[in-house]
Ligand binder design. Structure first.
Ligand code: MRU
Length: 371
């Protein structure tokens, strides 16, 4: 997608040395656009744990490149298995991480040590390219939902022609969370680029503010109209008919269609259900965990540091970044980072193969070769 007219991706191999890995430092957005150079396994693992890069598909791709970086130092089987285990331990909820590492190991275990570095870069690049293609396909399959909503609005009594379709999204499932396009935002970018009037309600997504900081930034840089709202505003807007549909991403979807996504997604799905607002989850197949059937019981939920809840970081009127405490120093805080939305609350899933119901039967029918 574009930053002020220039196309970017969220990860790429350095054009100069052709081996180090470049990413956008997402902890610096929206205040500054800084690029990081990852040259070692440790740096790649740190980028994931510190959330310099985040978002389920991007975590998987950076982990794949992290393994390639590790193999540059030591291509032996022992070192490779240790590096993969280290990367797999960086974040627990997004299944894309394990999926990407499993795919890398399947390829590399059958490759001679002397050829492993080249094979690892090739496989990581293939995963990255497939991510872009899959997200573009998700965009194409989600686009009709927005077009239909626009047509319904244009034909509805009492509406002014050309009124935008209002879409609510939670967290950041845009191009910053993937290699390009994003998942939930892909249909929105496609609608905007096709001239369908859209407006996005961007949940701020406390405690780390991925909505306020990242989604708002990338939509703004691409020129998509949007409004940041507090996490508590969505239900109210839905009650007043100001949300036409919701589209979110996911970090793991069970084979039965339960979806784990950023904390707060479940509450939005409940409000959408109560107000008959269509609620879609956009995911590539690498986000589906075919081994798990009960999301609430079986998906591990990351617990992050309480300081993410007790503090906020922003830019002061003096232009300097500051982190301030917002809770009493004596109050403990808890920070579960994801929640699970049961399949029954979802209108459906948007995948690279098309849209389907969030049920075991529909998912199996769409992904017979995987399920
Ligand atoms: O903790 P994060 O920022 O990695 O969480 C990201 C999300 O919850 C996204 O919605 C999800 O990964 C889908 S990304 C296309």
């Amino acid at each position: 997608m574009k930053i002020d007219g220039t196309p970017y991706r969220a990860v790429w191999v350095d054009e100069g040395d052709r081996w180090s890995v470049r990413v956008i430092d997402q902890t610096k957005l929206p205040w500054s656009l800084d690029f990081l150079r990852l040259a070692t396994l440790r740096q790649a693992a740190h980028a994931i744990t510190s959330m310099q890069i985040r978002g389920a598909p991007l975590i998987g791709v950076v982990a794949a490149y992290g393994l390639a970086l590790a193999l540059r130092d030591d291509p032996s089987t022992d070192a490779m298995e240790r590096a993969a285990a280290q990367l797999a331990g960086t974040r627990p909820t997004a299944i894309n991480l394990r999926w990407a590492l499993d795919r890398m190991l399947t390829r590399l275990r059958n490759t001679l040590a002397g050829q492993r570095v080249a094979a690892a870069y090739a496989e990581a690049a293939a995963i990255a390219e497939e991510d872009v293609e899959q997200n573009a396909a998700i965009g194409r399959h989600g686009l009709p939902l927005i077009q239909q909503a626009a047509e319904a609005k244009a034909g509805a009594e009492g509406t002014t022609p050309g009124q935008p379709v209002n879409i609510l999204t939670h967290c950041n499932a845009g191009w910053l969370a993937t290699v390009d396009w994003g998942t939930a935002l892909a249909p929105i970018y496609m609608a905007h680029d096709a001239g369908v009037p859209v407006h996005v309600w961007v949940d701020e997504t406390r405690p780390r503010n991925q909505g306020a900081a990242l989604t708002a930034w990338e939509l703004g840089r691409h020129g998509v109209p949007h409004t940041v709202i507090s996490d508590n505003a969505g239900g109210h807007l839905m009650q007043h008919g100001r949300v036409d549909l919701a589209i979110v991403g996911a970090d793991r979807v069970t084979r039965t269609g339960d979806a784990a996504n950023k904390i707060g997604t479940y509450l939005k799905a409940l409000a959408a259900h109560d107000n008959k607002v269509p609620f879609w989850v956009a995911v590539p197949s690498s986000t589906i965990d075919w081994t798990v059937s009960d999301g609430v019981r079986d998906i591990p939920i990351e617990e992050r540091d309480a300081t993410e809840v007790t503090t906020v970081t922003g830019r002061g009127t003096d232009g300097q970044l500051a982190t301030v405490r917002v809770t009493p120093t004596s109050s403990p805080a808890a920070n579960p980072a994801f929640d699970v939305t049961p399949a029954r609350l979802l209108t459906g899933l948007i995948t690279e193969r098309g849209r389907c119901e969030a049920t075991a039967e529909s998912l199996q029918a769409m992904f017979r070769d995987r399920a």
